[in-house]
Design a protein around this ligand. Sequence first.
Ligand SMILES: [Ca+2]
Ligand SMILES: [Ca+2]
Ligand SMILES: [Ca+2]
Length: 234
Amino acid sequence: MALLRFLFLLVISTSTCFGHSMPGRKEDGHYDKDGKHNDEYDHESFLGHNGQEEFGDLDNQERVFRLAKLVDKIDKNDDNNVSRSELTAWVKYISLKEPSEIAKKHWADNYITVIDADGLLSWENYIKLSFPGTNYDEKVLARIKKYRKRFEAADENKDDKLSLDEYVAYQYMDLFPRMRDVFVDEVLEPLDLDKDGAVSLEEFRKGDKKPRALTEREFEVRDLNKNKVLEKVS
Ligand SMILES: [Ca+2]
Ligand SMILES: [Ca+2]
Ligand SMILES: [Ca+2]
């Protein structure tokens, strides 16, 4: 019964939103521009971006059929219920599936000529390809420094080379806990205009064209320790 209810709610819910197209991959889309909960965010987490678009073209009967098949996949222990842990595992799988496919294509399109016989991309080859030449100006040197930190964090086995799996982490830092520090630094650094190591509301609002109230709400949501600045906390 729980499973049927789950399917029913999902179909009703998806019927209301599949009429329009989804934006691309979002860094943060859980709330819409008015600060309201964005149902599409949850649907994309459940179905994946491509899956959501595909479901948008189906009638309700076909959606129920497809969702029933999908739930079979999620229900790993076949007890006809979707547990929290099964759902968590599924959302994690979906969140990595599409980024992995995109990263794989990017890898094949850009690095196939410089990966070694073991299928790995060395830092040296990555830099040679990304920044040809040797006379780098300060801007390029700053970018190389930034990419180096990313590369080191993504390089899980510390062989100074990226495997394809490690490259997914390099490209999608927000999806991998080990990339957290580097990711937060990359996000905060350009916002921290006075370079005091924290982002004030004033810095956060600078250049943001959204309504003031929405920006303030975003700031409040991110300021988890409520000390009126955004900073990296351990
Ligand atoms: Ca490695
Ligand atoms: Ca600051
Ligand atoms: Ca804070």
